[in-house]
Ligand binder design. Structure first.
Ligand SMILES: [Zn+2]
Length: 273
């Protein structure tokens, strides 16, 4: 057999076993690097980030981030359990932190490690706005969007090294992880997700915030404020990775009622704005 054929068969075999299912869409997604390898790296990076940044504790804002975070995490668990994904969050180690930083930014790393920057609070305003951002970011994590990006990078690397799967090669893996999550020298500056992943995270996020008791229409209002803030002084990290287009806002508005309907299945009938 020619080398190329062997390589192809090997690659197909590797891809066949290296898939995950997105519980929200039912779609099979590429997972060349399993979460069992990604989570420990994410947890380590998260701890390092907290050490190197000023974590806000004991304030009303810090308590709000934790409070909303716990509600979104609980909503995720309720949805997953009700849809046949019991145990999906077993290796999650949820954590919610607010850091003192003027950047308009927030993110959730794999395994439920969340950071909000104080710079985003004037735009999120109340709890429902925080829930909208949190729901969206948690949705990226639950749908393994980072893992798919990391797998795509790994896939390219496999091509580059002609068949060496390199999964056991730690420095290489770390490098791919850093690239996929925009970590390393630029911790917390996430690379933009694809438009598909953004839409998916918007839609899942609406359901999560609705089950958590927040009116999903607050997400559309949040993105309006984001859009209005685009010309402001604060570094627009979040906006650069999350363009607040009219299409996005229109989609969110049209999905709000299905998110409320989903929440009603869980007995949530009133929605806080
Ligand atoms: Zn996003």
């Amino acid at each position: 057999m020619k080398f190329k054929t062997i390589f192809s068969i090997g690659l197909v075999a590797a891809l066949a076993i290296a898939c995950a299912t997105n519980p929200f869409t039912g779609k099979r997604t590429m997972a060349l690097v399993p979460n069992s390898q990604i989570f420990p790296m994410a947890f380590q990076q998260y701890d390092q980030f907290l050490q190197e940044n000023k974590v806000v504790t004991g304030t009303a804002d810090a308590r709000m981030i934790t409070n909303v975070g716990q509600k979104i995490a609980a909503a995720s668990e309720r949805w997953l359990n009700a849809n046949g994904y019991t145990g999906y969050l077993n290796n999650y180690k949820w954590e919610y932190n607010l850091v003192e930083d003027p950047a308009v930014n927030a993110w959730c790393m794999p395994g439920g490690k969340i950071v909000f920057y104080t710079g985003i609070l004037p735009i999120t305003q109340g709890e429902a706005g925080v829930a909208a951002v949190m729901g969206h970011e948690v949705a990226h994590a639950l749908a393994n969007h980072g893992q798919q990006r990391m797998s795509a990078a790994q896939y390219q690397a496999i091509g580059a090294v002609a068949g060496n799967l390199a999964l056991g090669n730690d420095p290489k893996k770390q490098q791919i992880f850093n690239q996929a999550y925009g970590l390393g020298s630029t911790v917390g500056v996430m690379l933009p997700f694809s438009r598909n992943h953004e839409s998916e995270a918007d839609r899942i996020g609406l359901t999560l915030m609705a089950i958590a008791g927040y009116d999903p229409i607050a997400a559309a209002e949040l993105w309006q404020r984001m859009k209005a803030n685009a010309g402001g002084n604060a570094p627009p990290e979040f906006l650069s990775t999350h363009p607040s287009s009219t299409t996005r806002i229109n989609n969110i508005t049209s999905w709000a009622s299905e998110a409320r309907a989903e929440a009603r299945k869980f007995g949530v009938t009133s929605f806080e704005k």
